[in-house]
Design a protein around this ligand. Structure first.
Ligand SMILES: [Zn+2]
Ligand SMILES: [Zn+2]
Length: 463
């Protein structure tokens, strides 16, 4: 799931060989100065200051890295301090196979997942291959260094579950590969890594949730990329659930997002298409009307029953209502969010919302807030992107900006309760993960799935 507003997609040429990925798994903003890890028996190289220290463990061993002033210290209980460096430190396994297999690699404790979202938590995760440890302004930064295909094998089982159908796994791997090739170079400039491990980039939890078959399905798509009609790799955005109609990439990422259209996420000739685009007139029926009972969207519960979803979702995903959802606020609670998160500092009473601009999927891109200040003066303020709207209307982050609203008022007409009725999770551009799952469950192939979500593109093997 990719959530942050992007710069325009660059014209990305094909890589000549499989790239190496540098994934930040502990970031400076995580505020950590210490990490503990568990290493399997075997031989490792620790590298620092152009020195290589070979270490050998006969059984499972705990190793820690600590920031101490402008130094990094590495040690364990049995051997004490192993080394101390002012530079960065590298940990390279020398024995055992390098390709990811279920729970292979090094166990890292207390890794942040869902950074900044309402589902943020700390988890212990295993990661394959090599690591770098950096001291950045007194905070620890940990980077996992591994080949692209190993990285993708881990991404598909972090974004969604390893029990997803093979054609879904292949579609997700190909979308993630294409996205990665486009954004590898411009996501985290000035950091010692090129992408992070979370929804800001792509969810990456190493080999923790991998199963044997998954690596084989990903390998069947090795090097395959989604390519725009201009011959460049497509910045293949994807999100958890479009809500039935995909959002126009232009509304969220600007003019540069090529190859992705705001199509209906349903079979050809579906009545769902009659709603595209969502407007103020049809939004309420789309989100909460009788139409829902017969909706045949690939991401609707009629295709992917909600009680079956938890087995297919990622380990940090919440079991939830992704296609349609509700969020309720007491008046004071909403005012508090608008005051602190939308910085409407003089709001005393909330009066109404107005959707100034909705995209095809029903997502609001400009939301006007009507309110009174403490002197009783009527005022308005516009929140200007789906990202800001979602940030403003939730303690952490609202599921999507596709919503309509109802109020409960007291006898004097004052609003007591605000209810949002919403559709979809995430920005809704490109591949809809739950919709792609629905297509795979219905028997579509991975090439059909990619053709459906990235209409004006083709598939090309880059390496
Ligand atoms: Zn990132
Ligand atoms: Zn969808």
């Amino acid at each position: 799931m990719v959530e942050i507003r992007e710069p325009d997609v660059l014209k990305t040429p094909f890589p000549k060989e499989e790239p190496v990925c540098r994934v930040g798994i502990v970031l400076e903003e995580d505020n950590k100065t210490f990490i503990e890890m568990d290493l399997g028996a075997g031989e490792y190289h620790l590298e620092a200051d152009q020195k290589t220290i070979p270490v050998k463990f006969d059984s499972r061993t705990s190793l820690s890295i600590k920031v101490s002033g402008d130094h990094l210290e590495c040690g364990n209980r049995e051997k004490g301090d192993i080394l101390k460096t002012q530079g960065f430190l590298r940990l390279i396994p020398r024995t055992g196979k390098k390709e990811p297999s279920p729970r292979s690699g090094i166990l890292m404790k207390g890794i942040v997942a869902g950074r900044g979202f309402h589902w943020q938590k700390e988890v212990d995760l295993t990661f394959p291959d090599q690591f770098e440890f950096h001291n950045r302004n007194g905070k620890l930064v940990v980077v996992n260094v591994l080949p692209m295909e190993s990285y993708l094998t881990c991404v598909v089982t972090s974004e969604m579950s390893a029990t997803c159908p093979p054609e879904f796994i292949k579609a997700q791997a190909t979308a993630a590969r294409s996205w990665m090739l486009v954004f590898l170079k411009n996501k985290h400039i000035d950091e010692p890594f090129s992408i992070c491990n979370d929804d800001c980039c792509q969810r990456y939890q190493g080999t923790t949730h991998l199963s044997e078959g998954v690596a084989q399905h990903v390998a069947e798509t090795r090097g395959m990329c989604i390519v725009t009609y201009e011959g460049y790799i497509c910045g293949a955005y994807y999100s958890k659930s479009c809500g039935g109609i995909m959002e126009s990439a232009r509304n969220i990422f600007g003019e540069g997002a090529v190859g992705i259209s705001a199509a209906t996420d349903a079979p050809p000739d579906s009545p769902t298409a009659l709603f595209n685009p969502i407007t103020e007139e049809n939004a309420r029926e789309w989100i909460m009307g009788d139409f829902l009972k017969k909706s045949d969207s690939f991401c609707s519960p009629n295709t992917c029953p909600e009680e079956k979803l938890p087995q297919f979702l990622g380990a940090v995903d919440e079991a939830g209502h992704y296609y349609r959802w509700q969020k309720q606020y007491a008046h004071e609670e909403l005012v508090q969010y608008l005051k602190t998160k939308a910085e409407i500092k003089d709001i005393a009473e909330f009066i109404d919302f107005q959707a100034k601009f909705r995209g095809n999927s029903g997502r609001i891109h400009e939301l006007e807030v009507l309110y009174k200040d403490s002197g009783g003066n009527r005022k308005k303020r516009t929140i200007k992107s789906q990202y800001q709207i979602r940030n403003a209307l939730h303690e952490k982050f609202l599921f999507s900006s596709a919503f309509v609203w109802d109020f409960e008022k007291d006898d004097t007409g004052k609003i007591m309760k605000i209810v949002l009725h919403g559709a979809g999770w995430g920005h809704g551009v490109g591949l809809c993960q739950i919709g792609a799952l629905g297509m795979a469950l219905k028997g579509y192939s991975y090439t059909d799935i990619l053709k459906h979500y990235y209409g004006k593109t083709s598939l090309v093997k880059a390496y």
